[in-house]
Design a protein around this ligand. Structure first.
Ligand SMILES: Cc1ncc(COP(=O)(O)O)c(C=O)c1O
Length: 453
């Protein structure tokens, strides 16, 4: 490796979260873009558009990067969990479980997906600031660890768990008061957060839980945000968590798990410069080791919960270009056959993306366009100021970095069916999510009799 690069090692350079495109991206002889050995324009033709494409090799490479880094830098035991809110599906559950990950879920839907995807209950963690009784019971009955988020969770579990049954396996989430420089709406570690107990009430909560024979508190959880590029907040987090860990131990809880949440960012656009997975784990590990050894506490089992950095750059979305509107002196809108319903991040968080033409990814920029979605909302714009070669109606546009928080946040706004999704590997593609049909959207509509009389 060349000296004087900004990267510490090859591990930094090849970390999938530092690549805009999936790691298997290559050009065929005609210069057309292939991922996982599959020609993207062919996938678009065969499966239709919009189409989510998931590169299995990128996903597995990210899993391996997390797993190996934990082994390399953390001498205690550890387990990474996949935060399935990023993209929940049977196939994702199966792959991450194969790679030795557990899963973090936040709803009954994500929980049954993880269980049916083959993740054992003991490797699942249930989060949520307003869990239903059904969710709590389902988690308890499947041996899932429940993350206590507030007093409501404690009160409901106290009522739901029969006296003569084993205690619930628990973690406790608190807001560590650490603020990260990400977009306000995706910041959760801040003190003004709907998630978790406040630091000031923890002592009282630990005392209350000590008296509860239905409760077995195994560990602590905190999450300080998402799409984070800074490493410093994680050092601070380890210190705060070690203090709380010590408090829990002093109050009689034999806690052993320390769950530091997720949050590592990815490269959506060239100017993004996220740390590599390896560096993130290295900093977290050394911070936890320092914080715990300096307090003479034995090392906890280290748990982290990456979502975005595991799957975002493994995914791309294919769209077909349609209408073109040129406003002289202002801009050219190119409309695609999807938009805010399959990717609500730009309209919600003003998120930036990178894109190119599937069959001309290296073509010279001939015009600057704005990629508009097809929804009835003027803010439905996926990319502003995108430089492209001239394109024509029907050309396939590839938007990168859509593997996380796209399908999972998709909607049927304007009654637009959700796209299909395929997984690609070694030149083969397989459907992992069927395309919704307009008829599917009517499945739950009811017309009471009096309207047809
Ligand atoms: C509790 C918790 N854990 C993990 C994650 C995953 O975060 P990310 O996708 O940024 O890694 C989130 C996302 O907001 C979260 O709320």
């Amino acid at each position: 490796m060349a000296k004087n690069t900004p990267y510490e090692s090859d591990r930094d350079l090849f970390s999938p979260n530092r690549n805009i495109s999936p790691i298997t991206s290559e050009l065929d002889k005609q210069g057309r873009l292939m991922i996982g050995g599959c020609l993207l324009s062919k996938l678009a033709e065969g499966y239709g558009t919009p189409l989510y494409v998931l590169d299995e090799a990128s996903l597995r490479a990210s899993c391996i990067a997390y797993r190996d880094a934990l082994k390399r830098y953390y001498p205690g035991s550890s387990i990474p969990l996949y935060a399935s809110k990023a993209n929940s599906s049977l196939v994702l559950s199966k792959i991450v479980a194969d790679e030795g990950f557990g899963i973090d879920v936040v709803s009954e839907g994500e929980l049954i997906t993880a269980l049916r995807g083959g993740v054992p209950g003991a490797k699942i963690v249930l989060h949520g600031n307003n869990k239903s009784d059904k969710e709590l019971l389902m988690a308890y009955e499947n041996g899932v660890t429940i993350v206590l988020d507030n007093h409501h969770d404690i009160n409901r579990l106290a009522e739901l768990i029969p006296q003569d049954k084993p205690p619930a396996e628990l973690m406790l989430r608190f807001t560590p008061g650490i603020e990260c420089h990400t977009h306000e709406y995706i910041r959760t570690g801040h003190i003004d957060s709907k998630f978790g107990f406040g630091l000031e009430e923890l002592q009282e909560v630990f005392i209350k839980l000590k008296e509860a024979n239905w409760a077995r508190l195994n560990g602590l959880h905190a999450h300080i945000g998402s799409q984070i590029f800074e490493l410093e907040p994680h050092r601070d987090l380890a210190i705060v968590m070690a203090d709380v860990f010590q408090m829990a131990r002093k109050l009689g809880h034999p806690v052993k798990d320390l769950n530091v949440g997720g949050g590592l960012g990815i490269r959506y656009v060239k100017s993004d410069d996220p740390p590599a997975i390896d560096s993130w784990i290295k900093v977290i590990s050394s911070a936890v080791i320092d914080a715990f050894t300096s307090r003479s506490i034995d090392l906890p089992r280290l748990i982290c919960e990456p979502g975005r950095s595991l799957v975002a750059s493994a995914g791309v979305t294919l769209y077909k270009l349609g209408a073109r509107k040129h406003i002289p002196g202002l801009r050219t809108y190119l409309s695609v056959d999807g938009g805010m319903s399959d990717n609500p991040r730009p309209i919600t968080y003003q998120s930036l993306y990178s894109a190119c033409l599937a069959d001309c990814p290296m073509g010279l920029a001939e015009e600057t366009v704005t990629i508009a979605g097809k929804h009835c909302e003027s803010g439905d714009v996926l990319l502003k100021e995108l430089s492209l070669p001239y394109s024509k109606n029907g050309d396939v546009l590839v938007v990168f970095g859509t593997g996380a928080y796209n399908f999972s946040m998709s909607s049927n706004y304007n009654r637009i069916p959700r796209p299909a999704a395929v997984i690609v590997k070694d030149g083969e593609s397989e459907l992992i999510q069927q395309r919704e049909q307009p008829e599917d959207l009517l499945r739950y509509d009811l017309l009471p009799d009096r309207f047809s009389r």
